[in-house]
Every structure is written in C-alpha cells, then in structure tokens.
Design a protein around this ligand. Structure first.
Ligand code: AMP
Length: 642
C-alpha cells in the first residue's frame, strides 16, 4: 500500500521531461543509446494528471500509463497503488513484475534542459504561475493548493495562459491575421490565434501550402474545440494538442507567428523550432557535450602554422607557366547580369518540409515531361545567361508544389542545336541530392520551360549583402552543405563549371542548394576531365588556371571555384578581384598572389581557401576532404560561438 508521506514531486526528478509526446520520448531514449532499463518519466498530454513511463527493453521503447486514481494515488494497469509516480518507479526498480524490464538507468535531462509544461512554457514557469495563483486563493493552505488541488489549480491557471503566449494576437481582423502571417513568411504549420469580433470565440489562422487557412474555435460549456475535434479545458491545451496531432487541420502546428507586443527572443527556441523544445534542447545538449569533450581533450597534432596570406613562398615547387594565352577566353560581365535578388514578397519555407515534398515527387514521378496545364507562372525571380526564372506552382496529381521555372530566351533558340536548357535538364535529371536544386520536369510549350525546386531566399551573394549580421558559423554551415553537394557531384563524375555564390541558392537561412547546371558536364567513364573544344563566355574569376590555359575541367577545378565561393560567402557577398579583368587576374595568379583574407574571416577558413587555390590541382583537396574540413570548421566556430 502507498506510504502516508507526501508524494515526491515528479518535476524534481532529473528524468522527468514534462508534457512531451510518446514519439518525442522515443527519440530522446534512442538518442541516448536505448540501453536495457533506460527510462524517463513524462506527463500525459491528456487527460490532465496522468503520467507515462517510457522504458527501453531489447532496443525497443515501451510505454506505460501511470494513471491517477480517484483517491489521488497512481498505478500502472493491474499494478499496485502509490502516492506518486516517483514512488512507483522506486518500487519497480526492485521488483521484476510490473514492467517488461526493471527501470534501472534514469535518462536524465541535460543541464540546461527544463521540462516542458506547454509548448513555449517550461515547468518552472508553470510552477511559478501556480504558486502565484495558489497564494491568491483564500483559506487554502499552500501545500494543499499545490498538492491535492494541483490539477484544479492548473486548470484555473491554464485558462489564462494563452494571454502569455507569442501566438496569441488578441482581437485582430481576419485580414490583419493574414497580413501578419504573410509578413512573417509563410511556412507549413506557422500559426496564430486571434479573438473574434464577438468577444466570445477565437480563430486559428494557419499557414498551409503558402496560403492562410482559418479555423473557428468554438467555446461550448467552457470547453474549447475546433469543428469535429476533441474538446479542451483551455486554449493553450487545444494549441498543444494540434502541435502533436493534425486531427483534421491542413497540417500540424509548428511555429507561432509572434505577436508584435512580445519579445521574440524570449520565445526563441519555440519560434525557431518546428519540433518540440525538448527535442531541440536535447540535440543542442548533445552537440554541446560533444564539443566540450573535444575542447577538453585537444587532438595530438601540432598547431597549424599561419596561413600563407598573400604571396606564394619563394622556392615553392612552382611549375613553369605557359605564356598567358594571347586571346584568353571571354569573360562574363558578372556586374551587368541581373542575377535576381530574393523575391520581394517574403516567402520563407521550412527547408525540411519542402525537402520532403521534393523527395517524394522525385520518387513518385518517373517521367520528367510536364504538360503546360500543370504549370502556373507567378512573379519573376531573376534572370540568368540564357533566360528568365519565375516563381510558380506545379500541379502533380493532387499535389501543388512551389517551383522555380526557367525559360529559354526566345532569341537564344537555334533550331539546329539542342537548346542549352535541354542540355541543362539532361544533366539535372541524373542528380538527386538535398543540397542540389532538383529538377521537377521539363515542359515544352511555346517556350521550353525547366521546372525546378524553389529556393525562396535566392542567391547566397545577394542574401549575404543584405544580411551581414549572420554569424560566421552560419555562413560556414551553408558552405559545408555546398561542399556536401559537390562531394556528390564529384563521386558521380560531374563537373559543375560554374560554382559561384550567385549559383548557391537558399531555401532557408540554414539550407543551401547548388544550382545552375547550364555549363555542367558528365565526364566519360574513361576520362578524368572534360576538355572544352573552344573557349566560351566563361566566369574567369572563378576558374582555375588549368581551365583558362588548357580548357580542362574536373572536380579539382571546381574545388578552385569553391575556394572563390567560400571567399565570397565569408566576405558577405563582395565581388572577387574587385574591378580586375581577365588578363590582369591571370597575371596576378601567375605571380603567386591570391585573394586577400576577408575582414571577418577566421584563419582556419582562409587556410581552406588557400588550399583550394593551389596552382597544382593535385595539391588541392577533394570535395570529400573539403566536406570534412568544413564540418570541423563549423563545429569549432560553434564551440567558439562565432
Ligand atoms: P540561373 O539562370 O540559374 O542563373 O538563374 C538566374 C536567377 O534566377 C538566379 O540568380 C536566382 O535569382 C533565380 N533562380 C534560379 N533558379 C532558382 C530556384 N530554383 N529557386 C529560386 N530562384 C531561382
């Protein structure tokens, strides 16, 4: 029988995570190794007052409801009664019959990880609210209010908690709700709640497929519900529920649109993360402890020598250079190209959601040929060498997916030649990587249209010019992704031939994709490089010497371009070699000189650039080596909070 002493507070246990879902519990336990007997305690999402224990056995997670009984005690189905869930766990630690295995190893939270009461609210915050309210209840002792009366107290407090939530926008019109959602950037699952004009009901405004959807929140007998959905004691519980389950909505809720009166920073982890705070924090903690251990125990290698900043050391193994070609290849006039900035209307899309959509599309549609009726054109995104690019929607079965549509300029169409855009499509249809813009299809109407994944934030160089407050680590993360995409190309023997910051497009601030395969080539099986038969209009500032002298291209010449792209990124969109032209650049390089270290760039990053610009291509790293270097650089910058 249960002891008569007061139960221990569940929230005092380090293995208590608050109101997280079963799936979230599984992720946490699996992250920690899923060892036999590893367990955690969580509070049931509903009904209020119940708990659940998640425990690992034979590499699987099992879940037990710890049900609150009418007499205030707790038990697992068919088990004994206990004063509280902690007493219950202690008992089963010494008694084999109960769970599939004994709860022997608590899965404790990280040091900066607090249990979650509701999305955007920790247990600690909730306890404070409860205490305040408990104090105001006359004639009731605090211990009773916080003990046996706790559930009713939570209900009382929770009724007003929405007023403290960033998603609650008070009384605004439907139109204003739509404007706020649009301004914040559409993204599946973004939402806000507003009070309706009648002062008696609320509405949920939810972003789905770049459109606002409105749901009426009904209040009946003091219970809140959305049509045909479950009923809740209060608004905050309803919102929590729809974070966990779609339950008839267009999609699950993910991130709140923050009401202007709130300080966004206070709710940062809630606003920034489409999943639960706990998950986010657990991943952060893992990373933190990983880096800590790297810090405590530095690898046994000599400190790197300072990079060779400007001039090549005399006496280095420098191969005699061929004379500068009398007529070097023509250089593009980069400055006069309309590379298109990020679109004016701000559409921000969750990289992961969009990525899932495109992966599914690629897997499901075997044919790339699209019918004109499947495409709807919208605003212009930019224009490149061969034509313009517009935003649009592509209808595939029941799906409507956001796309970018590249159209060939009419004057560039030569009936006797395969259009450039078709050659680009032929390369792209072979590629499938998350950091490479995927081709959705080709549509031959009046103009030939190449339909691509949309990268709503546009080219990296333009983005960085406007967003100079990005941290170095954030820029390096994007360039690490570019290295990963290039590693894929390298492994598949594709040369890009036009890698530059203007051709790195951003899906979000943390998700980059390589684009523009207009100049790319697949190498023959028995050839390690592509040799151009004649010089074309080439982006010389990004080209390795062997491309200019011998017209030879391979992954190591892409590595040179990667170095220039990294320089552009860490210079926040500056133009390389300033106003120098082709011939002057060749002489500059021949002289052993290189682009200078960007102002805010760390030595390690510059060292990577310098390796990419080794004159002898075999001395340059491969992309798979670069990916590792960039990963290391990213982690070290994160650890230094740079
Ligand atoms: P390109 O012809 O590939 O050089 O593209 C020209 C411009 O169109 C780029 O600089 C971007 O501004 C825009 N653009 C091209 N592809 C996309 C895409 N997939 N998503 C978003 N914008 C794009």
């Amino acid at each position: 029988m249960a002891s008569l002493a007061l139960p221990e507070k569940a929230s005092s246990a380090k293995f208590f995570y608050g109101r997280i879902t079963r799936d979230e519990a599984e992720i946490i336990l699996k992250e920690r190794g899923c060892n036999e007997g590893l367990y955690l305690l969580r509070e049931s999402i509903s009904p209020l007052g119940n708990y659940a224990i998640s425990i690992c056995h034979h590499n699987k997670v099992h879940h037990y409801i710890v049900e609150k009984q009418v007499d205030g005690t707790f038990m697992i189905p068919d088990g004994r009664r206990f004063q509280g869930p902690l007493e219950l766990i202690k008992f089963y630690q010494n008694n084999p019959d109960g769970f599939v295995t004994r709860p022997t190893a608590p899965c404790n939270r990280g040091s900066n990880q607090t249990p979650v009461a509701f999305r955007g609210m920790t247990y600690h915050d909730l306890e404070k609210e409860l205490m305040q309210r408990a104090k105001s209840i006359k004639n009731v002792r605090m211990d009773k209010a916080m003990g046996t009366m706790r559930d009713s107290l939570i209900k009382m407090v929770a009724k007003d908690l929405h007023l403290k939530m960033p998603w609650y926008h008070q009384r605004i019109s439907r139109e204003e709700a739509e404007v706020r959602l649009l301004k914040d950037g559409h993204q599946d699952g973004k939402f806000l709640v507003r009070e309706r004009d009648d002062h008696k009901s609320y509405a949920l405004t939810l972003s789905s497929k770049l459109c606002p959807k409105h749901y009426f929140i009904n209040i009946n007998a003091e219970k809140f519900s959305i049509e045909d959905g479950p009923k809740f004691e209060c608004l905050i519980m309803l919102i929590d529920h729809y974070h966990n389950k779609q339950d008839g909505l267009a999609c699950k809720l993910t991130r709140p649109v923050c009401c202007p009166k709130y300080d966004k920073d206070k709710f940062k982890s809630y606003i920034d993360n489409s999943t639960n705070n706990v998950l986010y924090q657990s991943l952060q903690n893992q990373r933190h402890s990983f880096m800590q251990s790297e810090f405590d125990d530095p690898p046994d290698v000599p400190a790197p020598s300072p990079p060779n900043m400007q001039r090549r050391q005399s006496g280095s193994s420098r191969r005699p250079l061929p004379p500068v070609p009398a007529r070097p290849p023509e250089e593009w006039d980069q400055d006069n190209l309309d590379l298109g900035a990020a679109p004016d209307i701000q559409i921000s899309i969750d990289g992961d959601n969009l990525e899932d959509e495109y992966v599914k599309v690629r897997r499901e549609s075997k044919r790339f040929q699209l019918n004109p009726s499947q495409i709807q054109l919208q605003d212009k995104l930019g224009s490149g060498q061969f034509g313009s690019v517009v935003k649009g929607v592509c209808f595939l079965g029941k799906k409507e997916i956001p796309v970018a549509i590249k159209t060939l300029k009419n004057e560039d169409y030569k009936p006797d030649q395969k259009p450039e855009i078709v050659r680009e499509a032929e390369v792209m249809q072979e590629l499938d990587h998350k950091h490479i813009v995927r081709m959705i299809g080709l549509c031959e109407a009046e103009n030939i249209m190449l339909v691509l994944e949309l990268a709503p934030l546009g080219p990296l160089n333009k983005y960085l010019v406007k967003n100079k407050d990005l941290k170095q680590s954030e820029v390096v993360l994007l360039m690490k992704q570019v290295a990963e995409g290039m590693t894929y190309l390298e492994a598949r023997k594709f040369v890009h031939r036009d890698l530059a910051a203007r051709n790195v497009l951003l899906v979000t601030e943390r998700f980059a994709k390589i684009s523009d395969f207009g100049m790319s080539k697949a190498l023959n099986r028995d050839s390690n490089y592509y040799e151009a038969s004649e010089a074309g209009k080439w982006p010389l500032k990004w080209y390795a010497p062997e491309c200019i002298y011998y017209f030879k291209f391979d992954s190591r010449s892409d590595v040179w371009s990667y170095g220039v792209t990294l320089w552009e990124a860490l210079s926040f969109g500056k133009k390389p070699y300033h106003k120098m032209k082709g011939q002057a650049i060749l002489e500059f390089l021949q002289d052993g000189r290189r682009l200078e270290k960007p102002e805010t760039c760390c030595d390690e990053a510059y060292e990577i650039m310098m390796e990419c610009w080794k004159f002898e291509k075999t001395h340059r790293p491969s992309f798979s080596q670069l990916s590792l270097k960039m990963k290391g650089l990213y982690e070290s910058l994160l650890a230094q909070r740079m």
